[in-house]
Ligand binder design. Structure first.
Ligand SMILES: *Cc1c(COP(=O)(O)O)cnc(C)c1O
Length: 428
């Protein structure tokens, strides 16, 4: 891990060209890699030496970018995946198996909720969901003998709740399991969960890291802080010999800083093949080079929009942890002192009908399900993604009819506010 500040890491970490080598990260557009002898290749297969043999498992372009993200998060190792979904699945499945149990914050991305509560349940992995606002006692009570991981999102998509990372880390560690934090929304520019006790960090790089809506991707970073061997009985996959790799014990051979990512690559990437394409890794790196500059603007625009909406007579409420009076303001000041992200949610006084009129009135902000890229977009779940639900069902799902989620892009904030103002004026 380098000692540079996060702004420098965004630009420079991960790839250092030698004399006469390309300044920009080369895209290694090759499925396979050539060796002089079978024995050379054999040493790679035995994990005796580091190197590349097949891009389903590893590719140099990806590894440069993964090393950058690991450095930005303050971790010891990282890997890229084909999507954020794959990152969260791999991070959990690397230490869970049939019969395992997860403790997860109930305030998480819908895709991750489905992954855990439906698909992983079919694999025999059960989850207890807890409110992110639960007391330490309630959190403690959620653990079982077979609990293997705790999961939460720094800023939840779309609820925008802020996770008390220290509270969740303390509980996880008291029960001898790691805390996995999805840090997609703040990015390591605005929060580094490892500094607050998280053990594994995941990302949907599709969002701010790429930042241009160009490439779907994910990333996993290991802090190197979790002592697997001290809890060896819980983590046999890391702490006992892997027969599919000639009896290697990952935690012994690769140590605390390398075991998790090596196992995740050697087993899960080998078997599931959810690799990011090197082309997409290259695009991701272009995004990372300006991430620190862009996040500051996303936050600036988010703040300006949130303040404007808060004072508007047609707006019932605004959800943005940067605002004083937001239920998560105190946690945000602790974990997100430079701001969180550019996503603001708000409720319109006129319910579903007002929301529909408002959405039709928008000129600059596009209607999209996406968030966190350069162009501002808005979503009213009641009239789009959740339109089959009635008002009661919408409320229960945490997306009441009047709710609009706005992802503030990188445009001029005056133009964004003017667009909102005229769309709000259209509501009778
Ligand atoms: C979008 C998102 C995901 C899923 O990522 P994909 O890249 O779409 O697979 C996971 N977590 C959070 C917080 C997200 O916003």
């Amino acid at each position: 891990m380098s000692n540079y500040k996060i702004n420098t890491k965004c630009v420079q970490s991960g790839y250092t060209p030698g004399n006469g080598q390309p300044r920009q990260i080369p895209i290694i557009q090759s499925t396979t890699f050539k060796y002089d002898t079978s024995e050379d290749m054999g040493r790679l297969f035995d994990l005796e030496e580091a190197g590349y043999f097949y891009t389903r498992l590893q590719n140099p372009t990806n590894d440069y970018v993964a090393a950058k993200i690991a450095d930005m998060e303050g971790g010891t190792a990282g890997m890229l995946t084909s999507s954020g979904q794959a990152a969260n699945f791999f991070a959990l499945f690397n230490i869970c198996e049939c019969g395992s149990h997860i403790v997860a914050s109930s305030s998480i991305y819908g895709g991750t909720f489905n992954l855990i509560s439906v698909t992983m349940a079919k694999m025999g992995i059960t989850t207890t969901f807890v409110s992110p606002d639960c007391t330490e006692e309630e959190l403690d009570a959620a653990f079982q003998d077979n609990t293997r991981a705790v999961f939460g999102e720094t800023i939840a998509n779309p609820a925008l709740t802020v996770l008390d990372i220290e509270k969740f880390a303390k509980a996880a560690h008291a029960h001898g399991v790691p805390l996995i934090v999805d840090n997609t929304f703040p990015t390591p520019v605005n929060c580094r969960p490892i500094e607050w006790g998280a053990d594994i960090v995941t990302h949907s790089t599709t969002k701010y890291m790429d930042g241009h809506g160009a490439a779907v991707g994910g990333a996993i970073v290991d802090s190197g802080n979790f002592n697997w061997m001290a809890h060896a009985a819980k983590f046999p996959g890391l702490c006992t010999p892997d027969e599919s790799y000639h009896g290697i014990t990952y935690a012994e051979k690769f140590g605390q800083g390398g075991a998790f990512i090596t196992k995740c690559t050697a087993q899960l990437m080998r078997d599931f093949g959810s690799i990011q394409s090197p082309q997409n890794a290259f695009l991701l790196n272009l995004g990372l080079e300006s991430l620190h500059v862009r996040m500051a603007r996303h936050v600036e625009n988010g703040r300006a929009v949130a303040q404007f909406l808060q004072n508007h007579p047609k707006v019932a409420y605004v959800i943005y942890s940067d605002l004083e009076g937001d239920p998560y303001h105190e946690l945000a000041q602790k974990y997100l002192p430079n701001g969180g992200c550019g996503v603001v949610s708000f409720g319109l006084k006129g319910g579903r009908e007002a929301a529909s009129t408002f959405m039709k009135g928008l000129k600059l902000a596009a209607i999209e399900t996406h968030v966190a890229d350069a162009r501002t977009c808005c979503l009213n779940p009641a009239t789009s993604t959740h339109r089959q639900m009635n008002d009661e069902q919408l409320k229960a799902a945490g997306v009441p009819a009047e709710l609009v989620r706005m992802s503030c892009g990188l445009e001029d904030k005056d133009d964004l506010i003017a667009d909102l103002a005229q769309a709000l004026d259209g509501i009778k």
